[in-house]
Write a protein that binds this ligand. Structure first.
Ligand code: KIV
Length: 272
């Protein structure tokens, strides 16, 4: 079977396992469209998550709950077309995997078949183990997600740090083990105390990627629009901004409007 030259350098779940073993931190970002995914991939990211945060940053919804499977597949297909190297993981959206293992398998198969992505991610521990196991029977790699799980926002009622109390921390430790034993290839830990995240990362053999979970884990993930500074309103402590695209884009658009109004644009050189 020919794998093609681009495939030769492709990051795989195996690569991530080797990175964990070798102590090389894994860099992961979200992306939802062709143009930005292409840039992110070319800049050397290891994993691109087509997150259901698309519901917030792309569609303007307040939560991640409304995004549909068809919409996730649309975003994932665009990202896949823009990437040559990164491992592409796609979130199973709310309502497509909980409480119905056959439905979970069908959702995951649709993502893989229709988008060309490489793995799926889902939120939760013991309550979704049946779905994780069933998806894995089809040979689809699964990434777990514990801690703050935004699809359960109406259960939590708030986006504050999770697992600060011992009972919840213990449940999280057990769920991480269950996900590892079920066969997940990696785990995202969102917004939990750094000490707990480090302990979990040391206790499981699979890579643990943190967001708001400190530096003691095996890698980091951020939402692309947040780290590029497109959203000014979202200011959690864990977010480091690497650019101020809000200002760059606002200034560029403002300049264009001014030039159109003053008829400075187009100039003689910019017409036929
Ligand atoms: O949807 C998303 O962007 C995520 C990350 C926050 C991990 O799940």
């Amino acid at each position: 079977m020919s794998t093609g030259s681009a495939d030769a350098k492709r990051v795989t779940t195996h690569t991530l396992q080797e990175m964990k073993s070798g102590g090389v931190p894994i860099a992961m970002l979200t992306a939802y469209d062709y143009s930005l995914a292409r840039l992110v991939d070319a800049a050397g990211i290891d994993v691109i998550l087509v997150g259901d945060s698309a519901s917030n940053v792309m569609a303007g919804h307040e939560t991640t709950l409304p995004i549909t499977l068809d919409q996730m597949i649309y975003h994932a297909g665009a990202v896949v077309r823009g990437c040559q190297r990164a491992l592409i993981v796609v979130d199973l959206p709310f309502g497509t995997y909980q409480g119905n293992t056959k439905g979970a398998l069908n959702s995951a198969i649709r993502i893989m078949k229709e988008s060309g992505a490489h793995a799926v991610k889902l939120e939760g521990g013991r309550e979704v183990i049946g779905s994780v196991e069933r998806i894995l029977t089809a040979g689809i790699p699964v990434m777990g997600h514990l801690g703050l799980t935004p699809q359960s926002i109406y259960k939590f009622g708030t986006y504050v740090v999770r697992a600060k109390e011992e009972m919840e921390a213990q449940r999280l430790r057990e769920d991480a083990k269950l996900l590892e034993e079920a066969g997940c290839f990696a785990l995202v830990l969102e917004k939990i105390p750094a000490r707990l995240a480090e302990e979990v990362a040391k206790s499981v053999s699979i890579p643990v990627i943190g967001i708001g979970a400190g530096g003691g884990v095996d890698g980091q993930v951020l939402v692309l629009h947040d780290m590029l500074g497109i959203n000014k309103e979202f200011n959690p402590r864990f977010l480091r901004r690497y650019a101020d695209l809000h200002t760059v884009i606002s200034d560029a658009v403002g300049g264009y409007v001014r030039d159109v109004r003053s008829k400075d644009f187009p100039s003689a050189k910019e017409q036929y």
